[in-house]
Write a protein that binds this ligand. Structure first.
Ligand code: FE2
Length: 298
């Protein structure tokens, strides 16, 4: 396995490995160690079936069911297992989704900078995205390095954020775009959870900002002050020097660590062109903050 750094601070491109095959423990360890260093790894030219993607992903932990999969009714899903995230603009019959399609409107939330599943008490560990069909225009995924963003804060801000706890909910990020129709019986899935704003990496000891569009409040702060501050931090953390844009090619597999990065998709002509990516995510293993009892169920 060979890794070429493609940004001064993070993101490595991996070659000389076939991830469709069963990996040896030392290969898995080498990828995990590269993730600790690079936070985002790009594996070009690795066409995978859904089954191969799930098998590869399971090297890094237990797969997480997607929220949209959990909120969908039977027959509303295009792909099989609930762990296979359908990051496409296609409906279950393979047609492009209409402009006012509920699922399309929900997915537009991915255009905001976020960390996957930060609306869950344990968040997500790695996410892995495999490109099956890519559009001719747009649709890049951008990544931001939350370790470098933390390092660049001034001392006063580092002191201020050190012990802050935030509240995350899918309702905050979707509400930002004016979307609130989650379907009947899903109210419990949008209840906020709590996370520390500053995380410390368990292996490297490096600190990072745990930011996400899902944040709607800072515990103990008036809501508008909390949201304004989170906006400031997000603006700081997504400056060009901390970000990298990945331009997709069919067969790319990109994996990232949600504990140390944020990401967002850029606009593409989703009403005219197909974009079909498949996502798997690894369940987070630790709560970063204590939950209040009413939130624990989420
Ligand atoms: Fe995402």
């Amino acid at each position: 396995m060979h890794i070429t750094p493609i940004h001064p601070g993070f993101v490595g491109e991996v070659s000389a490995i076939d991830i469709s095959l069963k990996l040896l423990p030392d290969q898995v360890a080498a990828i995990e160690s590269a993730m600790d260093r690079y936070a985002v790894l790009v594996f070009p030219d690795q066409p995978l079936t859904d089954e191969q993607q799930c098998d590869y992903s399971r090297n890094f932990g237990e797969l997480e069911a997607t929220l949209i999969g959990q909120m969908s009714k039977p027959g509303e899903r295009r792909l099989g297992p609930v762990e296979m995230g359908d990051i496409s603009n296609l409906d279950p019959s393979g047609r492009l989704r209409a402009r006012d399609d509920n699922r399309r409107m929900y997915s537009l939330g991915n255009r905001l900078w976020h960390s996957d599943a930060s609306f869950r008490a344990t968040g997500a560990g790695y996410s892995l995205l495999s490109a099956r069909i890519v559009p001719g225009y747009g649709g890049n995924t951008e990544f931001a390095d939350m370790r470098a963003a933390y390092d660049a804060l001034d001392i006063a801000t580092k002191t201020l954020v050190e012990d802050l706890v935030t509240e995350h909910s899918i309702a905050f990020s979707r509400g930002e775009l004016g979307f609130s129709d989650y379907g009947e019986g899903n109210a419990d899935k949008v209840r906020p959870v709590r996370h520390r704003l500053v995380r410390t990496h368990p292996v490297t000891g490096r600190k990072s900002l745990y930011l996400s569009a899902h944040i709607g409040a800072i515990v103990g702060w008036p809501v508008p002050e909390g949201r304004a501050f989170i906006r400031d931090l997000t603006e700081h953390a997504t400056q060009p020097q901390f970000t990298h844009a990945h331009r997709w090619h069919v067969g790319d597999l990109v994996m990232w660590d949600n504990r140390t990065t944020m990401h967002r998709v850029r606009r593409y002509r989703d009403l005219d062109e197909v974009r079909d990516l498949r996502r798997t995510s690894i369940k987070g293993t630790e709560m970063t903050a204590e939950q209040v009892p009413a939130m624990a169920a989420a």
